[in-house]
Design a protein around this ligand. Structure first.
Ligand SMILES: *Cc1c(COP(=O)(O)O)cnc(C)c1O
Length: 389
C-alpha cells in the first residue's frame, strides 16, 4: 500500500493516531454500551467546543452539506424570508437550499475575498422581516472569515435567527455560540474537527428549537426532521438504547476521540495555535511574492489560505506541489478558480507540517519556472514560529 501525500487541503484533513486507532476497533453494534457512552460523550464535547451549553447537538451520517440541509429544512417553510450574508461558493449553496425549501432569499454580497459591511447587512435586515440570516463563518472557496459575533448581534436586534455555516471553522476559529447569540451552527467531521468525512453536525439553540416547534407545516424530509432525531439524541445522552436510523458507529467513536483532543487542548489554545499557524503561512506567501485572495488581514481565515498564482504560473502548480509529497487544493470560487490555490492549516496541522508544505510549494514554484529567493518562504515560517516560541 502506498503512503498518501501529506494532506493539506481544506478538508478532509490528516488524522491523529488516536483517531485512527478508534476507527480500527472491532465493529460494535449501535446499542453497545461502549458506543452509547462514546456518542453521549461526543454530544457533550460538541457543546463545550462551541461554547453552547444551552444547545441541542445533532450528529447524523452525511457530509457538511447534509448538516446545512438539516438546518434549513427544520427552520424554514414556504413563504419565510431569509437573508444570506454571501461570501462565496458555500453561501450560494445555502441560498439554493433555502429556495428549494420555499424561502424568499435576499443576498448581501461582497466582492470575492471580502465581507459586506455591518452597515450594509443592517440595512438589509431592516428592509424586511427575516426569519433567518445565514453567515458562512469561513468561506472555504475564498478563505474569507466573517465577523460572526457582530453579525449575530445584528440578527438578534432585528429578530432574525442567526444560522452559521461553521463547516470550515468549528474547532479552528473562535465561536461562542451562547455568548454571541448564535441560533444554529452546523459543521462536518472532516475539517477543523479532525475526524474522517461522514458525519453531519448541527447545534440548535433554544430559539431555533422554538421556531422549529412553531412550524405550521411538517418538515418535508423525514431523515432530516428534528422530530425524528431529538428523542434519539436525548436517549443516547441519558444512556437509554434507542433507534431511528443506524448511526455511523465507528465514525462517531472516532469523532468522540478527536473532540476529546480538542477539549484537552482547550479551545482558546487551539484557536491561538490556528492563528499562529495562519500568521506563519501568510508570512511565507508574502516572502514568496504571492498575494492572498482575501482583501484584508481582518477577513482572512485562520483555518486555510487562498493564495493567488503569481504571473506566469497556473493551476499546474497544484500538481507540481503534489509531486513534492504534499496535497494542496485548487481554487473553488466559480469566477476565479483558475487564479488561486488553497492550503489548509487546521486540525492537527503543526509548524512541522506547515514547513513541509511551504517547502513543497517552493519546489513546485521552481518546477513552474517562477523566479524567487528559494527558501525565503521556509525562512519566514521559521521566523514566525520562533517568535511565538
Ligand atoms: C466543506 C464545506 C461545506 C460542505 O461540506 P461537505 O462535507 O463537503 O458536504 C459547506 N460549507 C463550508 C463552509 C465548507 O467548507
Amino acid at each position: 500500500m502506498s503512503t498518501p501525500n501529506l494532506l493539506m487541503i481544506p478538508g478532509p484533513i490528516g488524522l491523529s493516531s488516536d483517531v485512527l486507532r478508534a476507527l480500527s476497533q472491532p465493529q460494535r453494534g449501535h446499542l453497545d454500551p461502549v458506543f452509547m457512552q462514546s456518542f453521549a460523550s461526543a454530544l457533550k464535547r460538541l457543546r463545550e467546543v462551541c461554547g453552547a451549553p444551552t444547545a441541542q447537538p445533532f450528529v447524523i451520517s452525511g457530509s457538511g452539506t447534509l448538516a446545512m440541509e438539516m438546518s434549513v429544512a427544520n427552520l424554514v417553510q414556504p413563504g419565510d424570508r431569509a437573508l444570506v450574508v454571501n461570501t462565496g461558493y458555500f453561501s450560494d449553496r445555502i441560498a439554493t437550499m433555502l429556495e428549494l425549501h420555499g424561502a424568499q432569499v435576499t443576498h448581501v454580497k461582497a466582492e470575492p475575498g471580502d465581507v459586506a459591511s455591518l452597515e450594509e447587512v443592517e440595512r438589509a435586515l431592516a428592509s424586511a422581516s427575516f426569519k433567518v440570516m445565514t453567515v458562512t463563518h469561513v468561506d472555504t472557496s475564498t478563505a474569507v472569515l466573517a465577523p460572526v459575533k457582530a453579525l449575530a448581534a445584528l440578527a438578534r436586534k432585528h429578530g432574525a435567527l442567526c444560522v452559521v455555516d461553521g463547516v470550515c471553522s468549528v474547532g479552528g476559529e473562535a465561536l461562542e455560540f451562547d455568548a454571541w447569540g448564535v441560533d444554529v451552527a452546523f459543521t462536518a467531521s472532516q475539517k477543523a474537527l479532525g475526524a474522517p468525512p461522514g458525519l453531519a453536525v448541527v447545534l440548535a439553540g433554544p430559539r431555533a428549537l422554538a421556531a422549529w416547534k412553531a412550524r405550521t407545516r411538517p418538515v418535508a424530509a423525514m431523515y432530516l426532521d428534528f422530530a425524528q432525531w431529538l428523542p434519539i439524541h436525548q436517549a443516547y445522552e441519558s444512556g437509554v438504547p434507542s433507534y431511528f436510523a443506524t448511526p455511523a458507529v465507528n465514525l462517531l467513536m472516532a469523532l468522540d476521540v478527536s473532540l476529546g483532543e480538542l477539549v484537552t487542548e482547550t479551545m482558546p489554545a487551539r484557536v491561538a495555535r490556528h492563528q499562529a499557524l495562519a500568521k506563519a503561512a501568510r508570512a511565507a506567501w508574502s516572502a514568496l511574492g504571492l498575494s492572498l485572495l482575501t482583501k484584508t488581514p481582518e477577513v482572512a481565515a485562520h483555518t486555510l489560505s487562498a493564495v493567488k498564482y503569481p504571473a506566469g504560473v497556473d493551476a499546474s502548480l497544484v500538481k507540481h506541489v503534489g509531486a513534492q509529497g504534499v496535497n494542496v487544493a485548487g481554487g473553488l470560487h466559480p469566477a476565479l478558480k483558475a487564479t488561486y490555490f488553497r492550503v489548509g492549516h487546521m486540525g492537527a496541522a503543526t509548524g512541522g507540517t506547515l514547513l513541509e508544505t511551504v517547502g513543497a510549494v517552493e519546489r513546485g514554484l521552481v518546477a513552474c519556472g517562477h523566479r524567487f529567493d528559494l527558501g525565503a518562504g521556509v525562512a519566514a515560517v521559521q521566523r514566525a514560529l520562533a517568535a511565538v516560541g
